[in-house]
Design a binder for this molecule. Structure first.
Ligand code: NAP
Length: 291
């Protein structure tokens, strides 16, 4: 990575992203190394995504992050993908190689690192229920496949999308199942009851989203002996995590994953070690400012 004499740019594509604390986290890491690079929010409507991605080809841009809802659609506009992001079918980091745009996925390893290192969860042979079938859900399940998980159930609002994800998993795992995310449905309730790990990869419960005070699960259904991992990081204790705690379950919020995926993205762009502690401090301060 070669920096020009003028300030270079990195940023985050998504919608809505006004709440994102990625700029605080990435800017702290860039400033730690005294790099002349500015990381910004680039809120983008779907109709302008192609044009905005194309702009990255000009020399001042070093790359980008991609978030909800573009982790899958962005792939069309890239020149290449690293093998793991290709397998996942979702990209959260774009790295420039000359003027070429190459997609990576740092969510998958970040998610696995969080559940293993911070929640002491060993995925081998475990039954997992994933809520959602978008880019983040894809990252989680392909990360879990590498960890020899026992079974994966994908529950999504749009059943067709859950089926598409399960089709992509079938050649790697026999115990895979798709269903509608419907708190009243018997198959969904059975999946909750037998899960060792439940992952929320939807924006339900996100403070600045459409359903800030909601949980994707009926509270009386959460088993005691389960790890509940919520990818949402604002608030740090989501309605789902609150319910799970009250049920006596283990919980993990989305903040560690945010830090780990951001650190790996920083290392891909800047080719130097991410100052994790600096990034955590900046992230915690930004969260505190959100209130
Ligand atoms: P995405 O590709 O747009 O997928 C969104 C998923 O959520 C889809 O499965 C969608 O279902 C479902 N969904 C959206 N609104 C819903 C609702 N009201 N009720 C039920 N399901 C709903 O987004 P993504 O990139 O996967 O991100 C998903 C969430 O994970 C976001 O909140 C994002 O901030 C979070 N995330 C956090 C981290 C982290 O580092 N902590 C990393 C990645 C993602 P349909 O298919 O039916 O539309």
């Amino acid at each position: 990575m070669k920096l020009s004499s003028q300030t270079s740019a990195l940023g985050l594509f998504g919608c809505p992203i006004s709440h994102s604390i990625s700029p605080a986290i990435q800017q702290a890491a860039l400033d730690y190394y005294d790099l002349s690079v500015r990381y910004s929010l680039w809120p983008t409507k779907s109709e302008s995504l192609a044009n905005e991605i194309e702009k990255l080809r000009s020399h001042e841009y070093l790359g980008a992050n991609v978030t909800i809802p573009y982790k899958q659609t962005v792939i069309t506009y890239l020149d290449g993908m690293d093998p793991f992001s290709k397998e996942i079918g979702a990209v959260n980091t774009i790295v420039k190689n000359g003027s070429k745009l190459i997609g990576y996925n740092t969510d998958a390893d970040a998610f696995i690192r969080g559940i293993k290192e911070l929640a002491n969860f060993d995925p081998i042979g475990k039954d997992v229920l994933i809520l959602g079938a978008g880019g983040a859900a894809r990252a989680a399940v392909f990360g879990l496949l590498k960890e020899q998980v026992g079974s994966i159930t994908v529950a999504n609002r749009n059943l067709k999308r859950a089926n598409m994800l399960v089709e992509d998993l079938k050649y790697r795992l026999t115990k895979v199942n798709a269903m509608t995310l419907d708190a009243q449905a018997v198959d969904f309730r059975e999946a909750i009851a037998r899960a060792d790990l439940i992952v929320n990869a939807t924006p339900i419960g996100m403070r600045f989203g459409d359903f800030p005070f909601h949980s994707p699960l009926p509270s009386e259904m959460i088993p005691k002996n389960v790890l509940v991992s919520d990818m949402v990081y604002v608030p740090t204790e989501t309605p789902l995590l609150n319910q799970a705690k009250r049920a006596g379950a283990k919980v993990l919020g989305g903040f560690p994953m945010l830090i780990f995926q951001g650190a790996s993205a920083f290392e891909l762009w800047m080719e130097r070690k991410a100052p994790i502690d600096v990034m955590i401090n900046a992230g915690e301060m930004a969260l505190a400012e959100l209130g």
